[in-house]
Design a protein around this ligand. Structure first.
Ligand code: DP6
Length: 359
């Protein structure tokens, strides 16, 4: 599918409500570095989560066409949020080529985050994927030719224009975004679900997020992506990530948890290594993040349970483990790791089945 196939020119003016919830995701193979309009420098793979999600309700009403202006009001937890307007407006402008009807209507956008506790986690992945789904749902009401596959593909395509990682949240369980020699259907324009040849051990992974710091991130992901353009290791990094896609594909098939752990932890530390080797260099890990990582290693060495960590672009630690080990890992978390979390905060989450339509 090329880009032009996503364009839907029909004029739509309507009074309608469309509502979806969509989850966040945690990348196993990290997307870090992009070019042009949200084209990744390397393919990435993530687990789609379940509890950490955003619900977006889009109330559409017709307007007289404003010249190249998007008319919307954005509410977050019931309050107007003008500080998010710029990002949302940019998203609407980017998608307007594919859904030009965004110029012909007014949008009331009401979003709520279901991230347990005040964790400081704001997920652009769940926010933009839920928004894209409401827009494509609207199109679908007027586009008889759109089947389910096209619906999710276009939702992923539009999500990507809001935030790269959002394109992966459209699909449940495991998703891949970006062209990879190991997956013939992969694309830089949208994500695809990885459903075939997945060992059952990966059907029920748990993800416990240990909240080391509940403040909003010091540096945005976009800042980090930009710095990859001048990072002296970027070429090697993109090659490494491409290669890791092949490695993890094998692991998904054979269920080798040791190899899984090696790949996932190496990817997480590489991401932070890239931040530290950027110019300007920066560091998002906190002393307690490092303490937790060390304790996970010690624990694994001693008890041999298959628990590993991942990181996103922040200091919180994501623990990943098959749910059959939930009881023992929970004890480890409660007895040991929570001492290094802000106010002993954590979020229990697990691999989920993806977005849900509300209306
Ligand atoms: C470290 O998707 O937040 O979480 O496309 O600029 O919105 P933008 O970036 P974003 O980057 C995610 C970076 C990451 C790794 C990942 O999710 O793959």
């Amino acid at each position: 599918m090329n880009e032009s196939e996503f364009i839907f020119k029909k004029k739509i003016q309507c009074d309608l409500v469309s509502e979806w919830t969509s989850p966040s995701n945690i990348a196993l193979i990290k997307y870090w570095g992009k070019q042009d309009l949200q084209i990744p420098k390397n393919p990435s793979i993530s687990l789609t989560l379940s509890n950490c999600r955003t619900q977006t309700r889009l109330t559409v009403s017709p307007i007289k066409k404003y010249k190249k202006k998007i008319s919307f009001d954005l509410f977050f937890d019931g309050n107007l949020k003008p500080e998010f307007n710029k990002k949302v407006e940019q998203f609407f402008f980017r998608i307007s080529k594919y859904v030009p009807f965004v110029f012909d209507n007014h949008f009331k956008i009401e979003t709520k985050n279901f991230f347990p506790h005040s964790s400081g986690i704001a997920s652009s992945a769940s926010a933009f994927s839920s928004m894209a789904l409401t827009i494509v749902s609207l199109e679908r009401k007027f586009n008889d030719d759109m089947n389910d596959e096209q619906f999710y593909k276009k939702s992923s395509f539009l999500s990507r224009l809001g935030s790269g990682s959002a394109s992966r949240s459209i699909f449940g369980k495991i998703a891949l975004w970006g062209e990879s020699e190991f997956f013939s259907k992969s694309s830089n324009l949208y994500s695809i679900p990885l459903v075939e040849k997945i060992n059952p051990i990966f059907n029920d992974l748990n993800n416990t997020v240990l909240i080391v710091d509940d403040q909003v991130k010091e540096k945005s992901s976009s800042y980090g992506h930009d710095l990859m353009n001048s990072n002296p290791f970027s070429f090697q990094r993109y090659e490494q990530a491409k290669n890791n896609i092949g490695r993890i594909k094998k692991v998904f098939k054979n269920g080798d948890l040791d190899e899984f752990i090696q790949i996932v932890e190496s990817e997480a530390l590489t991401l932070h290594g890239l931040m530290m080797s950027s110019n300007p260099y920066y560091l998002l890990l906190k002393p307690n993040s490092v303490e937790i990582i060390r304790r996970v290693w010690d624990y694994r060495r001693e008890y041999k349970y298959p628990v590993c960590f991942s990181l996103d672009a922040g200091s919180n630690i994501h623990l990943l483990y098959p749910s059959r080990y939930k009881k023992v890992i929970k004890e480890f978390i409660t007895n040991e790791l929570l001492n290094f979390c802000k106010d002993k905060k954590y979020i229990d989450d697990y691999m989920g089945s993806g977005p849900e339509k509300i209306k």
